[in-house]
Design a protein around this ligand. Structure first.
Ligand SMILES: NC(=O)c1ccc[n+]([C@@H]2O[C@H](COP(=O)([O-])OP(=O)(O)OC[C@H]3O[C@@H](n4cnc5c(N)ncnc54)[C@H](O)[C@@H]3O)[C@@H](O)[C@H]2O)c1
Length: 244
């Protein structure tokens, strides 16, 4: 029997990279998975998989979240798991970041997880049980020159603790993951040169970059009942990079 047999899970950013890997793993483990993403074309591929339903969502929209939570609950009867994974990144230098850049970054990476939790928790509270996994970043813990991206992930870190204390008495657990550099379309789009990646690997105690599955397996543990006494926790998955 799979670790998520009979569970209904929403995974944002489920059409690419880490989110796509989680969608596949959660479905393999027996969950009905809603892959929610703004990229409709990529969602068509997700929807062809067994027990996976692609649904369009802009995580920065309160209205989109309200509608999605309602549709999922009506169609599948409940919501057990939410993974707030969708996000954008930027390497813009500190002095070039303007108000619009800040607002866009914080609305997708910060307001997105907040709105997700706000609209999904009433359905979880109705069954006195639920697990939320928020994807932050190692850049929320150490300075890496990612500026407003780091700030948005710091918001996810603080919000996860706040939500864990707010919703614990309703049986809802909230935990956060802190990936290091993971090989996905997001990191491929960064300007990071092969030479710099080589230096990063050398500087990482475990001597490799992360893979989407490294994050998906940790998310599976936190989403499943295997972690039933864990809430408000922070799990760093970066090969030891930020431990130095
Ligand atoms: N890849 C890394 O090295 C790394 C490191 C630390 C944290 N993270 C975090 O992990 C998460 C996943 O990253 P990834 O590397 O898989 O990236 P990715 O770019 O491969 O996937 C991100 C997904 O989010 C979706 N998305 C973007 N904006 C959205 C919006 N407004 N509404 C709904 N969906 C939206 C995209 O369409 C895409 O499918 C992100 O939150 C990212 O910040 C990634």
């Amino acid at each position: 029997m799979g670790k998520l047999e009979g569970k209904v899970a929403i995974i944002t950013g489920g059409a690419s990279g880490i989110g796509e890997c989680m969608v596949d793993l959660f479905a393999q483990e027996g969950a009905i998975v809603i892959a929610a993403d703004i990229n409709e074309t990529a969602l068509e591929t997700a929807s062809q998989k067994q027990n996976v339903y692609g649904m369009k969502l802009n995580v920065a929209s309160d209205e989109n979240w309200e509608a999605l939570a309602k549709v999922v609950s009506e169609r599948f009867g409940k919501i057990d798991i939410l993974v707030n994974n969708a996000g954008i990144s930027s390497e813009k230098p500190f002095e070039e970041i303007n108000a619009q850049d800040w607002e866009k970054m914080l609305s997708i990476n910060g307001f997105g997880p907040f709105a997700g939790m706000k609209h999904v928790t009433p359905y979880m509270a109705a069954q006195q049980k639920g697990s939320i996994v928020n994807i932050s970043s190692y850049t929320a813990m150490i300075g890496q020159g990612f500026n407003h991206y780091s700030a948005s992930k710091g918001a996810v870190r603080a919000l996860s603790k706040a939500a864990a204390t707010t919703f614990g008495r309703q049986g809802i657990r909230v935990n956060a993951l802190f990936p290091g550099i993971i090989e996905t379309p997001m990191t491929q789009s960064l300007s990071t040169s092969k030479e710099l990646l080589g230096r990063l690997i050398q500087a990482t105690p475990l001597q490799r970059l992360g893979q989407a599955m490294d994050i998906a397996k940790a998310a599976l543990f936190l989403a499943s009942d295997d972690s039933s006494y864990i809430t408000g926790s922070e799990l760093v998955i970066d090969g030891g990079y930020s431990a130095q």
